[in-house]
Design a protein around this ligand. Sequence first.
Ligand code: F6R
Length: 600
Amino acid sequence: MCGIVGYIGQQDAKEILLKGLEKLEYRGYDSAGIAVLNESGAHVFKEKGRIAILRETVDESVQAPVGIGHTRWATHGEPSRVNAHPHQSTSARFTLVHNGVIENYSQLIREHLQGVTLKSDTDTEVIVQLIEKKVDTGLTVEEAFRGTLAELKGSYAIALLDEQNKDVIYVGKNKSPLLVGLGDNFNVVASDAMAMLQVTDQYVELMDKEMVLVSKQEVTIKNLQGEVMERAPYTAELDASDIEKGTYPHYMLKEIDEQPLVIRRLVQKYQDDNGTLTIEQDILDAMNDADRIYIVAAGTSYHAGLVGKQLIEKVASIPVEVHVASEFSYNMPILSKNPLFIFISQSGETADSRSVLVQVKELGYKALTITNVPGSTLSREADYTLLLHAGPEIAVASTKAYTAQIAVLAILAAVTAESRGLTVEFDLVKELGIVANSMETLVDAKEEMEQIAREYLSTTRNCFFIGRAVDYYVGLEGSLKLKEISYIQAEGFAGGELKHGTIALIEKGTPVIALATVEHVNLSIRGNVKEVAARGANPCVIALKGLEEEDDRYVLPEVHPALTPLVSVVPLQLISYYAALHRGCDVDKPRNLAKSVTVE
Ligand code: F6R
């Protein structure tokens, strides 16, 4: 969701900025722009739509060694050229890009910008106008920048250019992600390290309410009181090839295929030298001190949390509640005496989850983040982190992060159980190995999955997913995958709930994808399949080997009963992928969606 890049150095900035923005495309956006600064002033190029469109409008003859760029995901004001960033102050002296939401922008207009004609509908333009206003009263640009940041309420990552000083990019951050990358005689700014990996792997993290003066040779971090803050750089351990599609037509397909490898890598990362699964003692102590665990997450990560609840309760015997992050902050349940919070987030940047984390920390509770992104906001601000080691997930629809989240939760549950003296009745290392092998079989079954998608989903306007016990949770994830990338209205239901209302929606030919991987509810889910079939539905049963029946559409390789979601989700991911493809949808960048949802 929105992305920022900046460059100051000796080369021409345009191509570096555009390439950087292309690397941020996966986050989701609806318009894009860059501004570069040279002797003749600021040159702004911006367009609604894809970066490819922006590229066509950029004047190749303009050469400039400093610039900023932005991809926008509209919040205030429709997607349009006018609302696209960069925005300029009235005199055009200042040019600014912003990621985040300024909550008090109307108040700022009322109190400080009466008489200023705003060109756009954005909250962002208010910031650049405010800076110019302050400079007009005699403040230096740095003072005006700091003073403006101090007045903003909400989230922001900001980069500012001053036409009268080509030697610096002013940067500020609160809640929204932003990094400064270090180079030899150049420096860069980026929402995430992937954007600038082309030029450097050395980065400096910024904390909330800090500003930075970025010149080509120096990076000076200050707090909003103007005091200089020291910060050591770190090396971004990303492999540039991880973020390329290679020979795949879409990132989503590549990421689905990577799942066996991710599970194997995860097992290795969590094994000690003796091959025993291990988790930091501090985390185990926190698990064991807790009388109840609260899992907080959004979307796919929430669905992984539902599966995690079952694993932790069954294997480690600790009660677990799972909450949707966006509801939790406004509707906090009565908490137990000694809660432990687990935040699950692929990106580690989801604003809804982060706002709960802030609340939880204010209340003095401990928090563990399970994330794919080391150094992400949720990881930094929690007491403990467990990493997913899934490699960058670029497609908007989450696939390998979901299975990695479940695998990490399984490892956490098993290692915690052992630390409590409980017997874990299966060898998790061995069972995850079997899962990885089974996943290989499933990702190799693409033709079959494509056929299922063609047969059931090519013309339908809706689709239902049903399951009982853990299959219900996987069905929720399957329905989310299908709706987000194919735009087919898809809903997941507990098999037993159908007759309480939903069955009214079943018509002749309605596809109903049913999961049957749980032995003790197999007969019941079979009953539900019969109920919908009797009303004209077109059922597609995906069953675990050993539980299959004659008319089942696909039989999953057998894995340990505690780990079935790791395999049953794979056909659902592939079926969604092919359904979206058949319908001509933009699989990796579905409409209206962003990869990293950094606004509440
Ligand atoms: C769906 C999807 C989203 C995310 C959700 C949370 O495919 O990707 O539902 O799961 O926005 O994001 P993270 O996990 O980054 O907190």
